[in-house]
Write a protein that binds this ligand. Sequence first.
Ligand code: CS2
Ligand code: MG
Length: 405
Amino acid sequence: MPDTRIIDAKVIVTSPGRNFVTLKITTADGLYGIGDATLNGRELSVASYLQDHVFPCLIGRDADRIEDTWQYFYRGAYWRRGPVTMSAIAAVDVALWDIKAKRAQMPLYQLLGGRCREGVTVYAHANGHSIDDVLDSVAKHRELGYKAIRVQAAVPGVRDAYGVPHGDKPYEPADGTLPREEAWNTPKYLRFMPKLMDAVRTKFGFDLSILHDGHHRLTPIEAASLGKSLEEFQPFWLEDLTPAENQESFRLIRQHTTVPLAVGEVFNSIFDCQRLISEQLIDYIRATIVHAGGITHMRRIASFADLYNVKTGSHGATDLSPICMGAALHFDLSIPNFGIQEHMPHTALTDEVFPHAYTFTNGLMHPGEAPGHGVDIDETLAAKFPYKRAYLPVCRLEDGTLHNW
Ligand code: CS2
Ligand code: MG
């Protein structure tokens, strides 16, 4: 019998262009597994939660007992849920699944029940400063093979629009030693969006799946109005139109539009979407491995969603490390109600720090056949890029109101 006791755990913080937090767990029989613990703009809180509060209880535990370990760190702690706690639990969970699959000498998706599909359909980002920029970017991504593309453009007359790159740099919302403040104008956005969607449909037709992210900037009734005005362009989904702390507010959007709704990249628990799912107020749940408790909890969310015809559409921005992407692809391949997966490719440098087995061909991604989740970390290279504090921007209306609570 292999000795599956956990004998070591460490946190690796690296910033090859942006911050990533990684947990590495080693077992007595010499295997190791890694999990992503990155929480954009709050990275060191998760590092401390792991080191100061999780590690003392983790060392000596049996790495094979994944479900029990999950329950221990969730139910065993007096304080439950929240992004810091759930990202830390996710990191432990993913590292343990990695170890178990390596011990079984299987790619993780085999351990999760095997493939439900040939590959994972992913969507790319087409961002631009103008409609023409976006059209160029959509054309480029179509040439690369993407069948689904998210479109975001700067709104004329609005100083900043989240989701659009600054200058010529690739889109990266977190920067600065203090948060950047953005000014927002909803009426201008609502008038502009049908023009953007119309231009994309006119140029590329209806065979392409088009997505759009509202980044929580609208009230529910504004969201309903946007949905109505975009219905004729048949978007694949509209994402995060309004914040979801009040899950009931999605009923108001639903009453007015048949446009498919997606939400959940900031969720960390099944309870964040219990009503959204059970009352069929959304079509896609966007919670993801790193922020929603790992593979163990995401499987529970997906199974629950399956009962109500809700599909998954996991967050996959570049502030989730390649480890999260690798783990997500195994999960996506193995569940019945997978919808779509976001794919924002990491920089070449990030890919060097996190060598991985996953690949992209012709609109589909595949996690690869390496044992475990197939993502590793080059610790020597990682050590060359120390942590750099960075914040996501703060959004105000033009009169200064902080409106998107
Ligand atoms: C976005 C993200 O990818 C998305 O859908 O909402 O880019 C988001 O800005 C970052 O992940 C924030 O951490
Ligand atoms: Mg989003």
